[in-house]
Design a protein around this ligand. Sequence first.
Ligand code: SAM
Length: 292
Amino acid sequence: MNKDIATPIRTKAILEKHGFSFKKSLGQNFLIDTNILNRIVDHAELTPESGAIEIGPGIGALTEQLAKRSEKVLAFEIDQRLLPILADTLAPYSNVKIINEDVLKADIIAAIQQEFANIDDLMVVANLPYYVTTPIIMKLLEDQLPIRGIVCMLQKEVAERISASPGTKSYGSLSIAIQYYTKAETVMIVPKSVFIPQPNVDSAVIRLTKLDQPAVKVQDEDFFFTVTRASFAQRRKTILNNLTSQLEKGKERKEFIVQALNQAGIEPTRRGETLGLEEFARLADALLPHFR
Ligand code: SAM
């Protein structure tokens, strides 16, 4: 039996054997620490009956650990050069399927229906390419996939923004977008030294557990997200000033914005970062009739 892929010696040997050169533009920072990988997989709470979806398997370091601890792994990899390497490194595992596609363009639901027909428990587990972390997470949530949740490595700063509470420096429209769909927790901080090449930023692992229904009820989801983004456009501005300058026709309708803030019980002089999801939901619903 071969040693795990994720050791410095084995990883270097694999890269050398296949003459692989990293593409920085694809966020290729590979994990070389089996202990860290196992802790990431622990957070996914897989059972032998679970299915795992991975984004960006690289040379298969995480894929291998997922294959050992789940029924089946489906992995999306954009870089065609990695396919022969994965065929080699993952040869001992018959329960892995690699799809050579940009995950942002992939029909993930169709792939799930095809590959996981008999599997009830599905988790996304990934060491994400850092140049597209947010679009990937948003796609996974907005596509309404039949998954229990997501455990993924990303930039520490983004992890902090995703799991931030109201009133903190990191709290913003990204926190709200993700906490609308999930319970979000930062579960691990990961040093740069466990990657090759080492990334420029610190990393963290987050666990997103999907809620049965969105955290708040709103009349129009798109408008709710428009209002939250507008409210954080300039962090030092009051919510009234941000909404007036950012919402289309906001300037013409300032008196309605004041009225809606009052109706929602929100002082116009507050700043967006002090509002919780419930307050944003009330505000968006109060503004909606004036902006529909
Ligand atoms: N899972 C491996 C590991 O932990 O060592 C590699 C992780 S590396 C941070 C990110 C991987 O995502 C790379 O293999 C890269 O080629 C792949 N990738 C980048 N953009 C992608 C995209 N849009 N769709 C699918 N895979 C992508």
